[in-house]
Design a protein around this ligand. Structure first.
Ligand code: HEC
Length: 112
């Protein structure tokens, strides 16, 4: 029981640090977003014809987690996940967590 609690705490702490490690820079994210706009729309409005959802205004922590999942092969790696497989290679254009945070900050700002 004590061990389980310790494990749970450790998991929480690592989750916390994963989402807070880098504050996104929306200005840098704008440059990174140039590629994304081709499918998700210049203003993140989404493009149904390309199956690319609206991103504008989405929470930064959620966008970062999805990008990490795509890049880490958790999402978009199954051949049955047709649309996820279109997005997965795009996540590879973001070199690191900072780049993900930057693009997420820009995406969040698009709602304004
Ligand atoms: C080739 C077209 C294409 C490009 C370019 C593209 N995406 Fe996507 N993206 C998609 C598709 C299609 C989906 C939907 C995947 C699914 O249905 O699971 C998606 C899904 C996403 C999601 C998940 C949304 C959610 O609500 O879960 C995020 C976040 C995302 N894209 C961000 C980006 C970012 C950031 C870039 C630029 C680095 C980018 N995309 C470039 C096609 C693209």
């Amino acid at each position: 029981m004590k061990l389980q609690l310790t494990l749970a705490m450790t998991a929480l702490v690592s989750l916390y640090s994963a989402t807070t490690l880098a504050a996104g820079d929306a200005a840098k994210g704008k440059t990174l977003y140039a590629t994304c706009g081709a499918c998700h729309g210049a203003n993140g409005e989404g493009m149904e014809a390309l199956n690319a959802p609206k991103l504008a205004g989405q929470e930064e922590w959620y966008v970062i987690r999805q990008l990490q999942n795509f890049k880490g092969g958790i999402r978009g790696a199954n051949p049955k996940d047709t649309y996820g497989m279109q997005m997965a290679p795009m996540s590879q254009t973001l070199p690191n967590d900072q780049a993900m945070a930057d693009v997420a900050a820009y995406i969040k700002s698009l709602a304004k």
